[in-house]
Write a protein that binds this ligand. Structure first.
Ligand SMILES: [Zn+2]
Length: 121
C-alpha cells in the first residue's frame, strides 16, 4: 500500500458516481455515501476515499462523507477444516497456522445507500 491514489481506486470512484447518478436519476449534492468493502477486494479504503472525494466534487455531487463498512473475510482451512475470519490475506488458520484455504467471502464492494444534503428533495 503506497497511501496514494491508484488508477484502480480512481476508476472505482468513477463507477460509484455513475451508479449513484443512475440510481438517483440526477446529480444532487450528497451528504453521505455508505459502502461496504471486503478485505480481499484489493481496494485500499483510504485511497478510494481520496479518489471518491475528488470525483464526487468534479461530477457535481458535492462533498459527501464516504462511510466505509470494512467487513472481515470468511475462510475455510483446507488442512483442518476450521472456518475462520481474517482481516487480510496474511492471516493464517488459527487452528493449525496453515495458509491453504478456500475463500468464502471478503471480496465484496457495494454501494449500500446515499443520503442527500438537506434541501435537495
Ligand atoms: Zn487449519
Amino acid at each position: 500500500m503506497n497511501g496514494g491514489a491508484t488508477m484502480h481506486e480512481l476508476s472505482l470512484a468513477h463507477d460509484m458516481t455513475r451508479i449513484i447518478g443512475n440510481a438517483l436519476g440526477r446529480k444532487v449534492h450528497l451528504d453521505r455515501v455508505n459502502i461496504t468493502i471486503g478485505p480481499l477486494s484489493g481496494i485500499s479504503p483510504e485511497s478510494l476515499r481520496f479518489c471518491f472525494t475528488e470525483v464526487a466534487k468534479i461530477e457535481g455531487f458535492g462533498e459527501p462523507e464516504l462511510v466505509i463498512n470494512l467487513t472481515r473475510a470468511k475462510l475455510i482451512c483446507l488442512d483442518c477444516d476450521t472456518e475462520y475470519e481474517a482481516k487480510d490475506f496474511y492471516q493464517g488458520c488459527p487452528g493449525c497456522g496453515s495458509i491453504s484455504r478456500r475463500i468464502l467471502s471478503g471480496r465484496e464492494f457495494t454501494v449500500d445507500s446515499v443520503e442527500l444534503e438537506e434541501g435537495n428533495d
